[in-house]
Every structure is written in structure tokens, then in C-alpha cells.
Design a protein around this ligand. Structure first.
Ligand code: ADP
Ligand code: TPW
Length: 566
């Protein structure tokens, strides 16, 4: 029986899931169809939920995760059992590690057979597999529990530190019948799913006192601050106090990169010489060198603002921890800040300014050069020129050199417009993030992709074309992971096919393909693609010898301690 054909006084698991999602304002699902969820997806669509069908669950999961980060509502990914679930699991784990709210909802096979390992179709104990990779994991075994299961999953995803949640729906539960009245009563509308958590007044006072004692304060803003949608509060505090700031990569645009207080072009100097750092919505993980020397100074004192109290002292002692959501905390900072109380010294601001100018001048020569073939800097300059008048564009960025150069060269003007490989430095987010961003914002998306990075989700070009999304994918084609094969050594571990014509992939699906080898053609192609508001793919040929292995994190490759020094 199909899920739609049921009598009026009865309901079933399919309907209860859709009703519970709708009751909680869920309007979009990303997924891949198959047993046992096909009828569920069909019903969801019939009931007015938008559905985006992908070619691989990892991309569907990535779309859901970024949709969650962009909207503060959990993004929903639905998959089939065992292999479909496992394909989605990387995205769920990535969402959790990045603090993005998402739900992976997977159908699962017959519990009685699975638990006795009797060999069901797509048999797997999915709940047990998911649990270590997400913030919470639940299974619904009875139709009357669907409402509670979805409510708990939503709350777990968005409250406190956001993260990925797994919800297991057995095939049996989806098909199970319940009388309609009991079913309706079993649904739960989650009230205040992400309650604000204002900081303790004494924590605020401690933090402001420490900042007031600073000569050389510095603020570091992370993607948690961008997620918090505290744009006005954060900006007001930084402008009133005059503290220079550094954005982590997905916090670029929280204050515009062009803002005079941005210290981004003097990053190492600013981190290494600050006496007090205000760390907001960012962890002291590898991306910030664990807060340790040589980048950091041992003597620097830290004010850390985070919604998760267990984050404090994770890598070094935090002198002034402030637990709370960033919106409430910065509102409290603003309310308590007396004019002139926090005041960076003139010498500190002058020195940051001097180094910024010096570094920008030093970079300018490289940025303005026009080598043939193009390199990362010149190609990104060409993209930057096309994007200069398009602040609404969402930028997705992955690769190694493509990511590292892209982060530095592409300025962001608006908050939450840069989406990238994030905390794991993961490859494969590209097309999923592009679809998710286009789906929830309706705005154009430009995905700047290394050729290797693109390959992880490249088949989703068909998805982009099928839904006619305004996504332009630019592939920096240098024939390899990081770089191309040396001429005398084909098939090296980092090599990819030479001179691949990636633009023909999108042509197969009716999109616009461009093959460009110089910067004016790249700017022109991107400008044209954006104006068309249609799917496009630009194959940008880059010098295969440009860039470095592993980009800017080469030092993380293990080196043999037994290697002979030359
Ligand atoms: P980045 O990669 O940009 O440095 P991280 O992902 O390491 O940022 O850190 C994000 C931090 O933000 C996490 O520690 C998380 O707990 C925190 N966070 C997320 N949302 C909020 C919020 N609304 N208020 C305060 N902190 C938040
Ligand atoms: C899921 C390891 C890091 S960066 C990268 C790989 C494979 C691709 C670099 O080549 P690309 O970029 O994209 O052509 P560029 O700009 O240097 O030319 N598997 C996963 N994640 C990661 N991070 C890797 C492998 C990796």
C-alpha cells in the first residue's frame, strides 16, 4: 500500500513523520530515495515540503548541514539503510565537528533480524554506528513515539553547542498504523528549541576588566559567532572598544574584510603580540595553533566566549571564560562597557596598521602579476574582480592551495557568505554546500574548487542542473591533488588526468560550460554565468607546477625521524 492511500480516521508512521516535521517548521529535505523511505519522501513533497534529491548521500548531508548553519534550523538529510546511512554519516560527523545543526534521518531494516544478525536487506545496527559520530542518536520503535523522537532530535541539534543528530526510523515504524487522534496528540511542537543563555554578570565584569587592562587587545571571531547572528552586537562592541579583529575563515564578513579594524593582513604579528585576546565562537584547535607558541605568546591572557563550558581550558588556561550565547554575551558586554574603559594603545594600532600596509604591498606584486598559464593568485584575482560588485554571492571554497589562497584573496562583505572545508579541512563539501546555500538563500553561489576537491562531489552537477540552481562552479584545473604529475612521472599518488575537460560534464546536463586559460576570460565567464542565474561550470586551467603540496599546512605531513639529513 502506498503511504497516501489510508482512511480518514487512521494515520501511519509516514504521515506522522511528515506531520511532526511540518509542525516544527521544517520546510526542506535533502536526500536520496530508496527502501524504506521512498514513500516518505513522496508524501513529504505532496504535503508541501521541498525535496532535493541527490546523487550521493554525503552531498545531501552536506547540503543539510550548511542549510542548518545558515538558518539556525536543523537541516534534514534522509537516507536509506546501511550503505545510504553510512554515506550520509561523514556529513553528519562533519556537521558535528563544525557545530552545524543537522538531522540525519535514516530508514532501517527489521530490528528482529538485524539484532540477531540473520542477514536482512541492508542490515546494520545503525544507531550504534552513528552514536560516536554525532551529538545525539535516537531510534523510534513505535509510531506513537515519532513526535517525541523528532522533537528530541531537533532540540538536541540546535540547543547549546549545535551539532549533528541521528534519528533511526525502522521500516516497521514507518508502515505502522495508529488511530489519527492518538497520532495527532502524540506530536510535539518544540517550544524555544535553542533558548538564549545569558552570561553571568560576574563573568562579564571579569572579562571587561581584563580587556580594560590590555594595551594590545585582539579579538578573534569564529564561525560560532557568525552562526549566532549577533552581527550588530559584535560589531557595536568592537567599534566602541576599538579592538582590532581577526576572522576565522567562515567568520569572514561578520564584520566586512575591508573594515579598518581588521588585522587579517597582520595576523601572525597580532596573535603573537596581543596581551589579551577576546576569543568568540572559535576553538583553540589546530586552526589556531592550539593557542601555543611559536604563534602565540605564553603570557597572553584570554577571554573566551562560548556556549559550551567544557571548551574552556581545552588547550591553554582561559583567564576569563564567559559561558553564554554570543548574542546575549555581546549585548551584555555592550550594556556594561563604559566609554573609554577598553582602549587599545595607539602604538599597538599603529604597528598593526603599518604591518598591514607592508604585507598588502608585498602581496600586491604577486596578486597583480599575470603569468601564463594562470596561477592561484592571478585566477583568484580574476574571480575577485567579477565578484567585487556582487556582495550577495555565497562563496563555497575547497581544495588545498585553492582554499588557502582563496581565503586570503576573496574578501567577504557580508556575514555567513563564506562556506568552506572547515574544522576538518574536509574535501567533498563543495557541491552539497552549494546546493544547500542556494536552496535556503535563493542567492547565487560560486564554488571555487580544486580539481581534486571537485571530484568528491562532482556528480551533483546533475543535481544543480536538475533544480536549475544559480550555482557557478569554478575548477582550478592543475591536473592533480595539490599539483600535477611531474612530466617524467605519470601516475604519481597525487596525479590526475591531464587537461581534463570538466566543462563538458555540465554540458551533458544542459548547463553552460566554459574553458578558460587567462584572467580576462575567467572574469568574463564568471560575470556572464552570474548574470545568467543558471548553472555554469568554468574549467580554469592553472599552471600544474603552481602551489605547494598540502597548501599552507605542509608541516603537518609526518616526517621520518630516521631520515638522513642531507
Ligand atoms: P572556527 O573554526 O571558526 O574557529 P569553531 O568551529 O572552532 O570556529 O568554534 C565554534 C565555537 O562556537 C564552538 O566552540 C561552539 O561551541 C561555539 N558556538 C556555537 N554557537 C554558539 C553561540 N550561539 N554562542 C556562543 N558560542 C557558540
Ligand atoms: C575527505 C586530503 C587535502 S586537500 C586535497 C586532498 C585530497 C585535494 C587538493 O587538491 P586540489 O587543490 O583540490 O586539486 P589544489 O588547490 O591544491 O590544487 N580526503 C578527504 N579530505 C581530505 N582533506 C583529503 C582527502 C586532501
Amino acid at each position: 500500500m502506498s503511504a497516501e492511500e489510508i482512511s480518514g480516521d487512521m494515520t501511519d508512521g509516514f504521515h506522522l513523520v511528515v506531520d511532526a516535521l511540518k509542525l516544527n517548521g521544517i520546510d526542506t529535505i535533502y536526500g536520496v530515495a530508496g527502501i524504506p523511505i521512498t514513500d516518505l519522501l513522496r508524501l513529504a513533497q505532496n504535503e508541501g515540503i521541498r525535496y532535493f534529491g541527490f546523487r550521493h548521500e554525503q552531498s545531501a548531508g552536506n547540503a543539510a548541514a550548511i542549510a542548518g548553519w545558515l538558518t539556525q534550523k536543523p537541516g534534514i538529510c534522509m537516507t536509506v539503510s546501511a550503505p545510504g546511512f553510512l554515506n550520509g554519516l561523514v556529513a553528519l560527523a562533519n556537521a558535528t565537528i563544525n557545530c552545524f545543526p543537522m538531522l540525519l534521518i535514516s530508514g532501517s531494516s527489521d530490528r528482529a533480524i538485524v539484532d540477531l544478525e540473520q542477514g536482512d536487506y541492508e542490515e546494520m545496527d545503525q544507531l550504534a554506528v552513528a552514536r560516536p559520530h554525532c551529538k545525539a542518536a535516537y531510534r523510534v520503535n513505535r509510531p506513537q513515539d515519532i513526535g517525541t523522537g523528532i522533537a528530541r532530535a531537533i532540540r538536541a541539534a540546535v540547543s547549546g553547542r549545535p551539532g549533528g543528530v541521528y534519528l533511526d526510523l525502522t521500516a516497521e515504524v514507518l508502515g505502522a498504523a495508529l488511530d489519527a487522534e492518538t497520532g495527532r496528540k502524540s506530536l510535539v511542537k518544540v517550544v524555544d528549541p535553542a533558548p538564549s543563555s545569558p552570561p553571568a554578570p560576574e563573568a562579564v565584569a571579569r572579562a571587561l576588566d581584563l580587556l580594560a587592562s590590555a594595551q594590545r587587545p585582539l579579538a578573534i571571531l569564529g564561525k560560532g559567532a557568525a552562526y549566532a547572528r549577533a552581527d550588530q552586537e559584535v560589531r557595536a562592541f568592537l567599534e566602541a572598544s576599538g579592538i582590532p579583529f581577526l576572522p576565522m575563515s567562515m567568520a569572514k564578513g561578520l564584520l566586512p574584510d575591508e573594515h579598518p579594524q581588521s588585522a587579517a593582513a597582520a595576523r601572525s604579528y597580532a596573535i603573537g603580540n596581543a596581551d589579551v585576546v577576546l576569543l568568540a565562537g572559535a576553538r583553540l584547535n589546530w586552526l589556531l595553533s592550539h593557542g601555543r607558541p611559536p604563534l602565540w605568546n605564553e603570557g597572553t591572557k584570554i577571554v573566551q566566549v562560548d556556549i559550551s563550558p567544557t571548551e574552556f581550558d581545552s588547550n591553554r588556561a582561559i583567564a576569563a571564560p564567559v559561558v553564554g550565547d554570543i548574542k546575549s554575551v555581546f549585548a551584555a558586554f555592550n550594556a556594561a562597557l563604559k566609554p573609554g574603559k577598553v582602549k587599545p594603545s595607539g602604538a599597538w594600532l599603529d604597528e598593526i596598521g603599518r604591518r598591514k600596509t607592508q604585507n598588502i604591498e608585498r602581496m600586491a606584486a604577486r596578486l597583480n602579476a599575470d603569468p601564463s598559464p594562470m596561477n592561484f593568485s592571478s585566477a583568484l584575482r580574476a574571480i575577485r574582480n567579477a565578484l567585487a560588485t556582487q556582495p550577495d554571492v555565497y562563496v563555497v571554497n575547497e581544495g588545498a592551495n585553492t582554499l588557502d589562497f582563496g581565503r586570503n584573496i576573496i574578501d567577504m562583505d557580508k556575514p555567513r557568505h563564506r562556506l568552506d572545508s572547515g574544522t576538518w579541512g574536509v574535501m567533498g563539501i563543495g557541491m552539497g554546500y552549494a546546493v544547500g546555500a542556494a536552496a535556503v538563500t535563493g542567492k547565487p553561489v560560486v564554488a571555487i574548487e580544486g580539481d581534486s576537491a571537485f571530484g568528491f562531489s562532482g556528480m551533483e552537477i546533475e543535481t544543480i542542473c536538475r533544480y536549475e540552481l544559480p550555482v557557478t562552479t569554478i575548477i582550478f584545473n592543475n591536473n592533480g591533488v595539490y599539483r600535477g604529475d611531474p612530466a617524467d612521472r605519470p601516475y604519481s599518488p597525487t596525479g590526475l588526468l591531464r587537461d581534463a575537460r570538466y566543462e563538458r560534464i555540465i554540458e551533458a546536463f544542459g548547463g553552460a560550460g566554459y574553458h578558460v586559460t587567462d584572467t580576462p576570460s575567467l572574469t568574463k565567464a564568471l560575470t556572464e554565468a552570474l548574470a545568467s542565474k543558471k548553472p555554469a561550470l568554468i574549467n580554469a586551467v592553472i599552471d600544474p607546477t603552481a602551489g605547494t603540496e598540502s597548501g599552507h599546512i605542509q608541516s603537518l605531513n609526518p616526517k621520518s625521524a630516521a631520515a638522513q639529513k642531507k
